[in-house]
Design a protein around this ligand. Sequence first.
Ligand code: NAD
Length: 505
Amino acid sequence: MVNETNQVLTKDELVKEAYPLFINGEYIESANGAYFDVHNPATGEVLAKVAKGTKEDVDKAVEAARTAFESGKWPRMTAAKRARLLIKIAEIMRSRFNDLVRVEVLNTGKTVAAAQGQITQAIEDFEFYAGTIQTAGGQTNPMPNGFFNYTVKEPVGVCGQIIPWNYPLMMAAWKVAPALAAGCTIVLKPASYTPLTAYMLADICHEAGVPEGVVNVITGSGSEIGPYITEHPGVDKVAFTGETETGKDIMARASQTLKRVTLELGGKSPNIVFDDCDIDGAVDGSLFGIFYNTGQSCEARSRLFVHENIYDEFMEKFIEKASRLKLGDPFNKEVHVGAVISDSHEKVIDGYVKLAVEEGGEVLYGGKRPEGPEFEKGHWYMPTIIGNVTNDMRIAQEEVFGPVVVVMKFNDEKDVIRQANDTIFGLGSAVWTKDYGRAHRIASAIRAGIVMINSPISAFPGAPFGGYKQSGFGRELSVETLDLYSETKSVVSYVGSRPLNIFGL
Ligand code: NAD
């Protein structure tokens, strides 16, 4: 591993022994001085200890963010200057790219290729919003004679940003970059499994010149400080990514203070393969669509619908290629599938596979922890393919959030659309066909925020990302995200030549 000074950094140089909280531009101990351990999921070893923040610490972080906001320095900074700071953040991230990748791999067990892709995108998010804010603004509106109206976009205020463990730095960037661009201040709470790169991002923001108190990072028990952030009267907006059940809790709690809320939640995304597709392309794309990031992906295409005319050929190739996916040391560039995040999550995944079998499903590949000396430590699960499934089974309806795909045969376009939509979720979806009329008919009929046509990937800065139904609401990664961090102020002025005397007195 090489950093900007071309030195090879060891794990001990990269990862600090202890991470206090980052509040008001400095590292401080939590109110009770407590820490918790953070692990490497691929080996199970302890990587570092991280401060266990309390409600008192949330108060401090919110106060710092509120003071930074009220001082006006950040929200009123010119767009050009704020854009330069966002670019500076991106430049520092780029110069520390290898360090960020390495820490992300150590803390998540994901493959180095996955971390490289995600951190590249995290950097591009800052660049994207640096460009976007230069043209963002209000508008003038047609008014009756004598009246003039313009709107201005103003930052919504202090934002609580609560993120999951599956894409730690990328999720942080999806939230921090647009919030900073809009002029908001931030209390960021990373997931307890994966807080390290959030602290690195806070350092980078500080180094780039973001004023004190604008970005604060607090770690600690999600079930204790998460609700406290959500209910806090000093927080104007909560932006959350995580499980649908947690999202419901957040929405209910946020209602008490009528906070602005955006929710990026779970999914059970359909992947529809028609008989006129490029079969090899669809096989490769479908493999990536589910097994990328060890299936721990909100938009994982975990329900695979294959047309009956090509079912046998497709499945033979799909299973054969799945059997060639290499698991193991995430730093080995030949490895395709990394570790799962924790022991308890490994058990959840295995529990779902057992449930599928109880429901009548058949394990066509995988269905267990991989064997071999490399897998004696850490948390692992084989890419798993389950056939003989119907869409009403729990395995087809509930989010596993692991490397598990269920396969269903279909023969009718209308019926596959019905089944694809027969879910509480509506995040991602994919269709594989050479018939562009059909592709766009499906794109129109699917009730999901994202449709991929002959593509296994969809998340690019500029392309809105978010869900329909119980996959949440609000969009990230796009120009419209800035609106979700802004209030619209309408300024109406009377410009007529005679004073208005509406009462006629
Ligand atoms: P989670 O809901 O358990 O936790 C997410 C975050 O919320 C963590 O920081 C956690 O500490 C915190 N938290 C926990 N309880 C809370 C509460 N009551 N109030 C406030 N905060 C609380 O989710 P997870 O297991 O970390 O992440 C996996 C989930 O995230 C999956 O469902 C996945 O689909 C979803 N996800 C969605 C997207 C998207 O863009 N839609 C992206 C990535 C992940």
